[in-house]
Design a binder for this molecule. Structure first.
Ligand SMILES: Cc1cc2nc3c(=O)[nH]c(=O)nc-3n(C[C@H](O)[C@H](O)[C@H](O)COP(=O)(O)OP(=O)(O)OC[C@H]3O[C@@H](n4cnc5c(N)ncnc54)[C@H](O)[C@@H]3O)c2cc1C
Length: 470
């Protein structure tokens, strides 16, 4: 068996684990493994721009769930985010924009609104919104404190070889060796391609336009999403900067409409935004930045190959409508690192197929479940077909008022619980649901879920007992 710690290896460029991609996921893996004494090298093309408290917020932000915050605390990087900036949110709301079939008037959203409130759940907060760069910087600052981890930036990986152990060659000719290669190199992962791992890819007929705005009024403590027949419209509060309020908006629509919106100048765009978005949108005073993205679901056929394992967007990208991308990635981090550390502690080969398979066995079904739920949201909300509209109205209204089982599905979809509860039936692929009678089956999925005793006790139970959480 090869040396598990790498400490007796004379080559200074030899590591236990090599990680391609120092984004949020790759850096979190490095911190966790480095923390327990494993020797890790992380390669990235770029360093994130340094933090300055007066900088306007970045376009790319993520809603991090309480479980993701736990992970960042565990690797000792949360303190660095606290020292920079983040926006906590206490409430989260989802509803559908409905119009009266006869008059065309908009129906008040409170009739089909589902809202979660941290106070009701006995929690201090439901999550935080953090700029992706700030999370990455916080993890890089933590890496700098760890003697065991080396961050190699800028580094362009040009070749990998897994014939005997792992060998990574950089474009500048430097060569590094290790026992295991982690591909955390994002949605267009080269590690995945070079390893010959196939991807199941499905583009959605929607693009997302992300917009950073300034707004007036009180600082918001809620993140919300209003579903329309062309796609959701979402608001995420950002931290105040120099006494001013900022928000991140996501406008989902057809690629053609997103292109047309992108061409508008700031002021006409601001007016259109204010008119089109739900009334809950505070008064937007300035549009600071805009960027659009195609929405593509990707799932690697397998999460590992010989001495190679994938995590985060390299393994899966999902429709961002529930903002779960990096939260799923952080779940990968927790499971993968605990499997690697357990194997190392048993003096087993942490790069062996059985260890990597045990990671895949936990994470692939969970990520697949979230993708299927996002597909159901996408297909049942983003259209005007009358029976489906009726079914979803029933679904959301009932979810908001009576059946906690349905609320639980929403909670899972919004990242408030991170493991699909064992007492709920698995959600099949949308294609299976729609195979026979769409309306009956969609309704069945949402209505057969059992009523639960109380949101609070379930929340505690679910928070306390997930199987893949340390
Ligand atoms: C519109 C939109 C909104 C979103 N909102 C949310 C949200 O609210 N909440 C949420 O959880 N998620 C959200 N996501 C998803 C989230 O942004 C991603 O899941 C997350 O960034 C993935 O992190 P990662 O570290 O896996 O990959 P990445 O962030 O893509 O990082 C990959 C890193 O690898 C490096 N790299 C790539 N190739 C190489 C190479 N060959 N050599 C060296 N380095 C390399 C890159 O420079 C990069 O730093 C959203 C996504 C979109 C598109």
């Amino acid at each position: 068996m090869a040396n598990n710690t790498g400490s007796e290896t004379p080559n200074t460029n030899h590591f236990d684990v090599l990680i391609v991609g120092g984004g949020m996921v790759g850096s979190a893996i490095a911190c966790r493994l480095g923390q327990v004494g494993m020797k890790v090298a992380v390669f990235d093309r770029f360093s994130p721009q340094a933090f300055d408290a007066h900088q306007q917020p970045d376009l790319r932000v993520s809603a991090l769930s309480p479980t993701s915050i736990d992970l960042l605390q565990k690797v000792n990087a949360w303190k660095n985010i606290e020292a920079m900036r983040y926006a906590p949110y206490q409430r989260m709301a989802v509803w559908e924009k409905l119009y009266h079939p006869m008059t065309g008037a908009e129906i008040p959203t409170n009739l089909n609104r589902t809202e979660f409130d941290a106070e009701e759940l006995g929690e201090p907060l439901l999550g935080v919104i953090v700029e992706n760069r700030i999370t990455q910087l916080a993890l890089h600052q933590r890496i700098a404190e760890l003697d065991t981890v080396e961050l190699i930036v800028p580094a362009e990986v040009s070749e990998i070889d897994v014939a005997q152990g792992v060998k990574v060659t950089l474009a500048d000719g430097r060569v590094f060796s290790g026992e295991l290669l982690v591909g955390a190199d994002g949605a267009n992962s080269l590690v995945k391609q070079w390893s010959g791992i196939e991807t199941d890819t499905k583009p959605y007929d929607q693009h997302a336009l992300v917009v950073t705005v300034k707004y007036t009024g009180r600082q918001e403590d809620i993140t919300w999403q209003g579903f329309t027949s062309t796609g959701p419209e979402a608001f995420l509060p950002l931290p105040d900067i120099d006494g001013e309020h900022y928000g991140s908006l996501v406008w989902y629509n057809t690629p053609e409409n997103i292109d047309a919106l992108s061409l508008l100048n700031d002021e006409p765009f601001r007016k259109k935004l204010q008119r089109s978005f739900p009334d809950e949108l505070p008064e937007v005073t300035e549009v600071l930045e805009r960027g659009s993205f195609p929405l593509i679901r990707r799932h690697a056929e397998t999460y590992y190959g010989n001495r190679v394992v994938l995590a985060g967007d390299a393994a899966h990208t999902i429709n961002p409508l529930a903002g779960q991308g990096v939260n799923l990635g952080f779940q990968d981090v927790l499971t993968l690192t605990s499997k690697i550390i357990d194997a190392r502690d048993r003096c087993d080969d942490f790069w062996s197929e059985s260890v990597l398979e045990s990671y895949q066995q936990v994470r692939r079904p969970q990520n697949g479940m979230m993708m299927r739920i996002m597909d159901i949201f996408y297909h049942t909300f983003s259209n005007d077909i009358a029976p489906i509209k009726l079914a979803r109205n029933l679904g959301l209204t009932v979810a908001g008022r009576f059946a906690f089982g349905q609320k639980l599905v929403m909670k899972y979809a919004m990242g408030l619980v991170h493991v699909w509860p064992e007492n709920l039936p698995a959600v099949p692929a949308l294609s299976e649901i729609l195979a026979s009678s769409p309306l009956e089956n969609v309704k069945a999925q949402f209505s057969k879920l059992p009523d639960m005793p109380s949101p609070k006790s379930l929340w505690q139970q679910l928070k306390g007992g997930p199987s893949d959480r340390e």
